[in-house]
Ligand binder design. Structure first.
Ligand SMILES: *Cc1c(COP(=O)(O)O)cnc(C)c1O
Length: 374
């Protein structure tokens, strides 16, 4: 089905085509081309860190970071249950066990108050996800990580440019992973990045990314690595996207203000509350319906769809998915379950017009009227 108003779409209004043409004309399309390094250097600078290691997607960026951090079979890693499945999957790829924690209702992120009770002698680290663009409570999480000698990895796939206590996301833990999938804040089609200030971690991630080949000795592989490299073509797109990121973030901020203004007096509706210490970058403007005042969430999604408006349900909490359901048996995650069961991500992308937003908000109000619950 084609929608008048898609939930997300990339926007190429800068040097994307010019840089891609340059790749094609020069013949350098593999990971050996110059744009990979240019993109890495510019992205490291954007995040205020020393190193950025480009790779082929965000999932792989998480996996690279975890392997570089030394995560092994038998280890445990604490993750929020409410996240995209790539977060716990990357832990599983290492043979380690993701240990789930519930979210807090204001930011929708990992609740620091519930982390410590999940730490065991096998716990190696914490992954903080900045869900839908709102940063997690990094100050509290960092204190816990330091106290228990754990690593702190940021899954910043949805939060390029977000700010926490005055510092930009990507610079707040030991290492961070970004995604540049087509619907993310900036995109390369498929793509990812590991960023860190730690020289040893960066070297290790680079080595692992390139088949584990000794940088000074061709075809000598001291470890089992991966081919997780990014190609020059997506890097060229990424560099052009990064050149425009401040403007793209401003547009998202404006979109979120329009949504909040138009929806603030709708009964039984809430969304992530931008905290005083945070800059929320609104990868998605996601709302939660209070069941007393609305049709079932899936019905609302269907009704919006009938009006040409594409939306997405909020992710299922990972503990409810078949690969993980047994490991979290008997535990309860009420906040994540409420957000997931009643949450909808509204169209949020840089090409959305004020008219589009008006239409989405009108359609939502109409949905509520039709439900006859108020
Ligand atoms: C998109 C996303 C990823 C994975 O990124 P891909 O580039 O799609 O592999 C990981 N974590 C979160 C939270 C994401 O939203």
């Amino acid at each position: 089905m084609l929608y008048d108003i898609p939930v997300a779409s990339p926007l190429f209004t800068g040097n994307e085509k010019k840089y891609v043409d340059d790749c094609m004309e020069s013949g350098w399309i593999s990971s050996a081309g110059k744009y990979v390094e240019l993109f890495e250097t510019a992205f490291a600078e954007f995040c205020g860190v020393k190193h950025a290691i480009a790779c082929c997607n965000g999932t792989v960026a998480l996996h690279l970071a975890l392997v570089a951090l030394g995560v092994q079979p038998g280890d445990e890693v604490i993750v929020p249950t409410l996240t995209f499945v790539a977060t716990p999957n990357a832990v599983t790829y290492c043979g380690a066990k993701p240990v789930f924690v519930d979210s807090e209702s204001e930011t929708w992120n990992l609740d620091p108050k519930q982390v410590e009770s999940k730490i065991t002698s096998r716990t190696k680290g914490i992954i903080a996800v900045h869900l839908y663009g709102h940063p997690a409570k990094m100050r509290e999480l960092k204190e816990i990580a330091l106290r228990h000698n754990l690593f702190l990895l940021e899954d910043a796939a949805e939060a390029h440019g977000a700010i926490c206590d005055g510092s930009i996301v990507g610079s707040l833990g030991d290492v961070a992973a970004f995604s540049f999938y087509a619907n993310k804040i900036i995109t390369t089609g498929e793509g990812g990045m590991v960023v860190t200030d730690n020289d040893a971690l960066a070297d290790r991630a680079r080595l692992l990314r390139g088949q584990g080949m000794d940088p000074n000795r061709r075809y000598w592989h001291p470890i089992v690595g991966y081919n997780y490299r990014m190609m020059n073509l997506p890097a060229a797109i990424g560099l052009a996207q990064l050149e425009q990121i401040e403007r793209l973030l401003e547009i998202r901020s404006r979109i979120s203000k329009l949504y909040s203004e138009r929806l603030k007096d709708v009964i039984g509706l809430s969304w992530q509350i931008e905290q005083t210490w945070a800059r929320h970058v609104y990868w998605m403007f996601s709302i939660v319906l209070e069941p007393d005042f609305w049709h079932n969430r899936d019905v609302v999604i269907e009704m919006l769809g009938e009006q040409g408006i594409e939306t997405r349900p909020v992710f299922y909490p990972a503990h409810s998915l078949p690969p993980y359901i047994d490991s979290a048996a008997g535990e309860s995650f009420p906040v994540a379950e409420n957000l997931s069961g009643n949450g909808i991500s509204l169209p949020t992308w840089a090409g959305l017009t004020e008219d589009n937003i008006d239409r989405v908000c009108r359609a939502l109000r109409q949905c509520q009227r039709k439900s006859k619950k108020i």
